[in-house]
Design a protein around this ligand. Structure first.
Ligand code: SF4
Length: 307
């Protein structure tokens, strides 16, 4: 793909150790004002069974989780759900956020300081979803995310922001006075696993309805799945044996999650530890941008045809 990069974007790419040699381009128009964030939702409580009661129905899940942290479609399907999927499927954005804030469907609720619902442009006051064509899906909150209630903060978040900014995408819809395409950033799990351990299969299964509803409401044009657990969760139904497939083999293709194109890339925390992979990972957001452009062009064509 061809990109017109300004000096700021080229500096970001250099920070990512991606060689840049493109000519200077004209800086885009002035920024739109950044909307004020929505106030934090009031926690509400579901009435779930305890996870111990749920797991007692399926002791094989306990054994499977102890044996492997990988997400298995069969185990996900067999997990007795505490989260009321039928109710979640009809929630609007504001109600969904409240449900997550009060969720005690798995034991991660015992340890969290905050639920981490996601971040993006401000949602409208009518309870609808924010307007964002891009959805970034990570694994689970870490310590700082748990403290701040926001995904991808700290060094990994800074790298993610720089990767997105280089292609004109931002969690705020604008950056440094420049307008950007808006992205929502969420995790598979909304609560932090203690000690930053890997998510358990039962925890992923309990939390999956929330992510599914977020995607349904947002209707993004493209999803970027960051890291092994996000990839396994999103592609469990479409990629055979995804849990045994190396992430590298899933990159460079466009996958699907309930009708939304999915591009796979490494987690920013991994890229911080691997400079060669950090440079190579630049192709992934570029592929996502190609997908976004094609879907946007198709949408414009349909709207033109409809008059
Ligand atoms: S991780 Fe998800 S399912 Fe578990 S308590 Fe938090 S919101 Fe509920």
């Amino acid at each position: 793909m061809s990109l017109n990069l300004d000096a700021r974007q080229r500096a970001m790419l250099e920070e990512m150790h991606v060689p840049v040699w493109w000519p200077e381009s004209v800086v885009a128009a002035a920024a739109a004002p950044v909307p004020a964030p929505e106030p934090t939702a009031t926690p509400v409580r579901n009435a779930p069974r305890s996870i111990a009661e749920a797991m007692a129905d399926a002791p094989e899940l306990v054994a499977a989780r102890a044996a492997s942290p990988l997400v298995s479609p069969a185990l996900l399907a067999a997990t007795p759900l505490v989260v009321p999927t039928g109710a979640v499927a009809s929630m609007d954005w504001a109600t969904l956020q409240q449900a997550v804030a009060g969720c005690v469907a798995c034991t991660l609720s015992n340890h969290r300081k905050n639920t981490v619902f996601g971040v993006g442009p401000a949602a409208p006051a009518d309870g609808g979803p924010p307007q964002a064509d891009w959805l970034i899906v990570g694994e689970a909150p870490g310590e700082n995310e748990d403290l701040q209630g926001e995904p991808f903060v700290g060094q990994a978040g800074k790298l993610l922001d720089n990767m997105l900014k280089a292609i004109g995408v931002s969690r705020h819809g604008s950056e440094d006075g420049q307008p950007h395409k808006a992205a929502c950033i969420v995790n598979v799990l909304k609560c932090r696993p203690p000690g930053n351990r890997n998510p358990g299969v039962d925890e992923v299964a309990q939390c999956a309805p929330y992510l599914r509803r977020q995607v349904e409401l947002l209707q993004p044009k493209v999803i970027i799945a960051m890291g092994r657990f996000a990839v396994q969760s999103l592609l469990a139904e479409t990629v055979p044996d995804v849990q045994a497939t190396p992430l590298g083999r899933l990159r460079g293709q466009v996958h699907q999650y309930h009708g939304v194109p999915v591009v796979v890339t490494h987690h920013p925390a991994y890229l911080l530890r691997s400079l060669p992979e950090k440079a190579k990972a630049w192709v992934d957001p570029c592929l996502a941008m190609d997908v976004w452009k094609k879907r946007t062009a198709a949408q414009v064509a349909v709207q033109a045809e409809l008059g």
